[in-house]
Design a protein around this ligand. Structure first.
Ligand SMILES: Nc1ncnc2c1ncn2[C@@H]1O[C@H](COP(=O)(O)OP(=O)(O)OP(=O)(O)O)[C@@H](O)[C@H]1O
Ligand SMILES: [Mg+2]
Length: 242
């Protein structure tokens, strides 16, 4: 069976500096796959290149296939129509608009690839949001903002949701909450590629994890395998971490 997302030999340069060197990665249908690595390892570069998006002038090479279709030559909006939705690092919602206005801004494509999420469906996923529906996003908590950002991505009816550090800046309890929300989405049939700093919490929910170091995959395995990986233990879990 082919994976929903297949990345082969993906390399990215910013001008002359290489940021990603020949990454292979896959996400199966209904799988939650996480990417971990130190600051500057290339995690954002990787997921942005998968979605065909970049903050700077990035040159990518290699293959990106979604449901067997080669998409690396396609612009972001086309990949979105085919079922990819990216929530980039640090990008949440339009601050001056209300929660509901933010959610209404995104409409599913006519031939949506994945499950459609009406506004009510987003509220069902995040039951805290209806109370804040008319609040401006600038007044939301960090966790609520992330819920709006994920809700907006869901409105595009993706098959593959790509999240770059959705829990950054959140208190540990909220990190767990956001990750549990994401796990529930996967139980409902979505596939997720997740970049996450909190490796310990991630290993509670992810099916598989890739370790990225200096632009290369240096480890990969199931949640159970990666929990025992010495590099993961020493860098992220610590002596008392488990
Ligand atoms: N727009 C850009 N222009 C030039 N260099 C960039 C750009 N974005 C990232 N880089 C460089 O590419 C490398 C990888 O950066 P990237 O943002 O992908 O790392 P990351 O793993 O997401 O880090 P973090 O955990 O801090 O988010 C770094 O050396 C970074 O300085
Ligand atoms: Mg990053």
């Amino acid at each position: 069976m082919t994976a929903l997302l297949e990345v082969q030999n993906l390399s990215v340069r910013y001008g002359r500096s290489p940021a990603l060197g020949g990454v292979d990665l896959s996400v199966g249908e209904g799988e939650l796959v996480a990417v971990a690595g130190a600051n500057g390892a290339g995690k954002s570069t990787l997921v942005n290149a998968v979605a065909g998006w970049s903050r700077g002038r990035a040159t990518a090479s290699g293959a990106v296939r979604l449901a067997g279709r080669e998409v690396s030559a396609l612009p972001t909006h086309k990949r979105m129509q085919l079922g990819m939705a990216l929530v980039p690092e640090g990008k949440s919602a339009f601050e001056r608009m209300t929660v509901e206005e933010n959610l209404r801004l995104v409409r599913p494509p006519r031939h949506a690839a994945g499950t459609r999420y009406e506004i009510e469906d987003v509220y069902r996923v995040f039951p805290q949001l209806p109370d804040r529906a008319q609040a401006r996003c600038s007044t939301l908590s960090g966790g609520e903002r992330q819920m709006v950002a994920i809700g907006r991505a869901l409105r595009a009816a993706p098959r593959l949701l790509i999240l770059d550090e959705p829990s950054v800046g959140l208190a540990p309890r909220l990190v767990v909450e956001v990750l549990e929300h994401i796990r529930r989405l996967v139980s409902d049939g979505l596939s997720v590629l997740l970049v996450e700093q909190n490796v310990k919490a991630t290993l509670e929910v992810a099916d598989r994890l890739y370790l990225l170091e200096q632009g290369r995959v240096t480890g990969a395995g199931t949640r159970a395998e990666m929990r025992d990986d010495q590099r993961i233990v020493s860098a992220y879990l610590g002596k008392l971490g488990r």
